[in-house]
Design a protein around this ligand. Sequence first.
Ligand SMILES: [Zn+2]
Length: 376
Amino acid sequence: MLNSNRLQCRNAFRLFVVGLFLNVGCLFGQEYGLKILSVKDFSYITEDMRNFDSVWYQCMSKYGHEDVSHYFHFPLHKTSSTHPLTSLNFIDGFDAPLSDAFYFKLVKTQRFNDTLHLYHMDMGWMQMAVYFDVKNLKLIPFEQVDPFHLQKCKYKNLTVYYLDRAVDKKQVEKAYADLVKSVTEMGVKAENFTNREFVVYSANSIADSYRLIGSLEFYNYFDAKGITGGMSDPHNNVILSGVRKPIHTHELIHLVVDFKSNRFVGEGLASLYGGIGAEPYQDKLAIAIGYLKKNNIHSFAELFQEKFFYDTEFNTNRVEYALAALMLEKVRQQFGLVKYQAFIRKCKTNDEMIESLMDLFQMKTEEALFEYLYLK
Ligand SMILES: [Zn+2]
């Protein structure tokens, strides 16, 4: 949900993937002359499949580093030429050639007509679908074919596609206006939002939203039990939203904030203005404070321990998000906008955040500060 948060997941995941490759690469190898797809039976292999395999291999080998737009049917909406696939954008961070690290298994091929084929692939942690124009040898991003007949709502610089509901444009206008207000309150220029094109794919759950980008089987690698939530793709300003809201403010805030901060403050800002999942952050506070008490956490140093980061209860309840939003709310209320804006820009690291907080609240120890913020 936050870039740095996702990065950590990705780094861990990358190690996992490379490890996986070392183990399985030699077992499966390149089968029947295919470069990255693997099939059980060579009689499945057609000329079209070979072509797809070859184009997909070339695209994935360059993905993330080089312009790969010529492998696709373009133009796309505001698309990064090195990260053009919406679906793969959400797993970016694989800046090693995917073909070296991956074993793609073909699940199914579907022919729609003489030109359009759909290849279902199992990539281990998720299954995805890619359209391929077999005549012109071009990949087609899933959203361009629009198999779900999404409902489009365009408002100013924001385009929202909804899976299964009609949208009240008035609600979008209101959410948009609130977002502009929040952006300004953070001391970010409104133009940083209003002058850029954003695309949101919106469904009622995170699992549904995955389908919109061609993921056939859902595996939420951030939060195994998460039902609602969102992800943002900073390369293309695309948001996948699995929350029944007019726009996904939380993820938009992540993309609009133009200063660096630690993960805690980054998620705090997104949660303060955009809520957590479908609810305002206040709804998660009782659980978050309960978690602190249950686990004897009396300082930020204790809170930021790795063991909590990997704890399911901690993640599912977004304990950090709620605590961070509350802390920001207190700073804003007690010290006013000018100091609040200066403060959020000082928190580039956890230590800088703690130091600034102790300074602001005039606390002598970190424990006293933590007690004051959360435990009294
Ligand atoms: Zn977030």
